[in-house]
Design a binder for this molecule. Structure first.
Ligand SMILES: Nc1nc2c(ncn2[C@@H]2O[C@H](COP(=O)(O)OP(=O)(O)OP(=O)(O)O)[C@@H](O)[C@H]2O)c(=O)[nH]1
Ligand SMILES: [Mg+2]
Length: 441
């Protein structure tokens, strides 16, 4: 996500990291580079200026430390400053206590409706709730079909959707709230209408709703692709309606970090989560330190591990571990392993988390890898159970049948079997030597 800025910072820091001495000129050019890198990430000028104002004296005035190289000190100063400009290291409570109403607001297309689905899913998971305990409703009478869209989103995550009889936003909000109260819902998630620009009608509508139903949590949904423009949007919504924090969406696209800087700089309010895709599971916590690390090209292994923990079902993991420990592996296990990787996200998504790799592996190679994985899965899906369990040798006629079923060539099956054979050898080694360092399922 921060390819451009990460690449710039990585080059810059690789150049200076090992130096035992930096001249004032070199420090000046580092400052200039930081300025350019932040501006190119669409961080508003006002924020870049404030950032440099704070970090420059630290960079210029650093003492010569015997144990730390000056380049490393600079990286550390910049890192700490980035973290503080993105929200510091205070803990943000993403989900309010039970019996809360959460209301979202934001411009048209920012991702309000999609985010409601993501939030509902997350709440169900984190609070271990029955999906029916979450009521979702919409007061978006501005865009036709907006309410139907929410109904679909709610169905996907199993939340209870309530359609108000009223066709006026304020009346509908009251009605939805009353429904949630009567049904003793644990959470009410309220979707609202958007507009292309912050217009007075919309703001007035939101004011009326908030003062009437008094949601425990109001969240601004900000499209991160808007970059620095989000500074004005956030200020306008804040002054007119008020909110407790934000969720930044579309951080998966070629987003630059401008929106996150702009938001925290201008309002000093928390960013609860970031949206990293269109699916219900594509919502992750916003952690300033991690974002700063990614901006500096240090990867984000922690996020990846958390995602893995959430997405990989425990029993599946245990079964695979068991078959690995026993030193045998079937094609079915192999397919499961591939599927687990698939659930973690696309290869492109995964690469963003790998330290030092973001931006270094070509888009083309990633696409090739993804196509290959998809092909492998199709092949294994076309096999009979016995074939999957390696109980039958795959002769040519079987291969032809499987190839036809998967829409691939027989040669593709041979590639898969070769790959599988190598994995099996690895599994045997694993068994022989026990826990191979650095290898973890
Ligand atoms: N890539 C990506 N797309 C997203 C994300 N969040 C939302 N979208 C997409 O953005 C588009 C708009 O999302 P909606 O949820 O309909 O936006 P909205 O704010 O409800 O829009 P209105 O109801 O028209 O005001 C949809 O195509 C979503 O799939 C995200 O985090 N990443
Ligand atoms: Mg919507």
């Amino acid at each position: 996500m921060f390819d451009s800025i990460a690449a710039r910072f990585t080059t810059l820091f690789e150049r200076i990291k090992g130096s035992s001495h930096l001249s004032q000129n070199q420090v000046d050019s580092v400052i200039e580079e930081i300025n350019d890198a932040l501006l190119s990430a669409d961080v508003p000028q006002e924020v870049v200026k404030a950032f440099l104002h704070e970090v420059t004296p630290e960079l210029k005035g650093q003492k010569v430390l015997k144990s730390v190289k000056p380049g490393e000190q600079i990286v550390s100063h910049v890192y700490k400053k980035l973290v503080s400009f993105l929200g510091g290291d205070s803990t943000v409570i993403g989900i309010p206590p039970v019996s809360s109403t959460i209301m979202v607001m934001g411009l048209q297309g920012a991702g309000k409706t999609t985010t409601i689905g993501k939030l509902a899913r997350l709440i169900i998971q984190e609070k271990k709730l029955n999906p029916a305990d979450i009521v979702v409703g919409s007061v978006d009478f501005y865009r036709p079909a907006a309410i139907d869209q929410l109904e679909i989103v709610a169905k996907q995550v199993g939340a209870q959707f309530y359609r108000a009889q009223a066709t006026d936003a304020l009346m509908a909000a009251k009605e939805i709230k009353a429904h949630a109260v009567v049904h003793r819902a644990k959470y009410l998630l309220l979707d609202t209408a958007g507009r292309l620009h912050t217009d007075q009608d919309l703001l007035k509508e939101l004011q009326d709703i908030t003062s009437d139903i008094a949601p425990e949590r109001k969240i601004l949904i900000l499209d991160a692709m808007m970059g620095q423009e989000s500074l004005n949007v956030a200020r306008t919504f804040y002054t007119a309606v008020g909110f407790d924090g934000a969720i930044l969406t579309k951080m998966d696209s070629h987003t630059r970090s401008g929106a996150a800087f702009a938001f925290y700089y201008s309002l000093k309010l928390p960013i609860y989560y970031v949206g990293v895709g269109e699916k219900a599971e594509d919502l992750t916590s916003f952690i300033p330190a991690r974002m700063a690390q990614r901006m500096l090209g240090m990867g984000d292994v922690q996020s990846l591990l958390e995602r893995a923990d959430r997405e990989i079902k425990e029993n599946e993991k245990a079964r695979l571990e068991k078959s690995l420990m026993a030193g045998r592996m079937t094609l079915q296990d192999f397919a499961d392993q591939i599927a687990m990787v698939g659930r973690l996200g696309s290869m492109t998504q995964l690469m963003q988390y790998m330290p030092g790799l973001s931006g270094k592996v070509s888009e083309q190679d990633l696409k090739k890898g993804e196509i290959e994985i998809r092909r492998f899965r199709a092949i294994i899906d076309s096999m009979t159970l016995k074939e999957k369990q390696n109980k039958i040798n795959l002769d040519l006629s079987r291969k032809k049948r499987i190839a036809a079923g998967a829409g691939v060539k027989v040669a593709d099956i041979d590639i898969l079997l070769d790959r599988f054979e190598k994995t099996q050898q690895f599994v045997k080694l694993f068994k022989k030597f026990g826990n191979i360092p650095g290898f973890k399922l």
